[in-house]
Design a protein around this ligand. Structure first.
Ligand code: CAA
Ligand code: NAP
Length: 245
């Protein structure tokens, strides 16, 4: 497969780091974003030590203009994006009756608006190239709902609605749009859940453990490859059997 520019949002997080490495191993020129100022230096140094040269750009994915200027810089400095992995995301858990408006807004903007904000910037180039991959990272909790996550479950369900609609619009242009719905993966996001609650969740996973970021990354690499050209509008679950549909 020819080398593409692969843009992974939130690539310095648990799942994002594994995705960046896996796409780099597949031969792509990988670019990632961070929103916390200064975060990139240590991460990039660690990647270099491991043999990965990954370009980094600051961007707030919840802000349309920030995404526009980030993608413009990527295009000017490296070239047009061929593979986009919309991975950046946050949680602000709490029961609906206790949920502040800001927790709703932050989660919807970061997890759902972001998918529009970034994809909108790369689609014209993909259409022109007659090839593209948009891979949206949703969640098991967008498929089944989760106590304490009305905001997150709504955003993540919305992500797959976006994938299904866009998949139809761009299928003739050689662009596929797919959703991955991971179950609980061992990253900071899951470690932020109280230990007692987390242990109850793990007890409900038939495979008996949390997933690994590398397992999600392997699926991303497959969807990004030419072998997956006939897969579009799909929502692929990888959740240790916690939810089957
Ligand atoms: N089902 C039913 N009842 C539940 C419940 C559940 N899953 N979880 C809590 N409750 C009940 C408690 O039993 C308690 O009931 P009583 O008042 O009758 O005793 C009540 O809810 C407690 O409510 P509080 O508002 O006081 O909640 P809390 O401070 O205990 O915390 C919570 C609530 C934040 C939702 C906490 O339970 C929690 O963190 N749950 C896990 C949420 C979760 O799965 N988050 C995933 C984060 S990782 C991620 O999102 C990645 C991904 O995509 C998978
Ligand atoms: P993580 O380790 O917390 O990483 C999240 C990443 O998102 C960070 O790199 C963070 O970068 C970035 N981010 C957050 N807000 C941003 C913003 N406004 N603009 C730009 N980047 C932003 O989380 P993770 O577990 O790897 O999760 C990655 C994705 O998988 C998320 O979409 C998550 O919802 C989804 N997911 C996770 C699990 C799981 O169990 N872990 C399960 C299902 C789905 P900064 O710190 O620089 O902001």
């Amino acid at each position: 497969m020819t080398q593409k520019i692969a843009l992974v949002t939130g690539g310095m997080g648990g799942i994002g780091t594994a995705i960046c490495k896996r796409l780099a191993e597949a031969g792509h020129r990988v670019v990632t974003t961070y929103s916390t100022p200064g975060k990139h230096a240590d991460w990039q140094a660690r990647m270099r030590e491991q043999g990965f040269d990954i370009a980094t750009y600051q961007c707030d994915v919840s802000n349309f203009d920030s995404c526009a200027s980030m993608v413009k810089r990527v295009r000017d400095e490296l070239g047009p994006v061929g593979i986009l992995v919309n991975n950046a995301g946050i949680t602000r858990d709490g029961r609906m009756q206790k949920m502040e408006k800001s927790a709703w807004d932050d989660v919807l903007r970061t997890n759902l608006d972001s998918v529009f904000n970034v994809t909108r910037q790369v689609l014209d180039d993909m259409c022109e190239a007659n090839w593209g991959r948009v891979i949206n990272i949703s969640s098991i909790n967008g498929q089944k709902g989760q106590f304490g996550q009305t905001n997150y479950s709504a955003a993540k369900a919305g992500v797959h609605g976006f994938s299904m609609a866009l998949a139809q619009e761009v299928a003739k242009k050689g662009i596929t749009v797919n959703t991955i719905s991971p179950g609980y993966i061992g990253t900071e996001m899951v470690m932020a859940v109280k230990e007692e609650v987390r242990n109850q969740i793990i007890a409900g996973i038939p495979v008996g453990r949390l997933g690994k970021p590398e397992e999600i990354a392997a699926l991303v690499a497959f969807i990004a490859s030419d072998d997956a050209s006939f897969m579009t509008g799909a929502n692929i679950a990888m959740n240790g059997g916690q939810h089957m549909c």
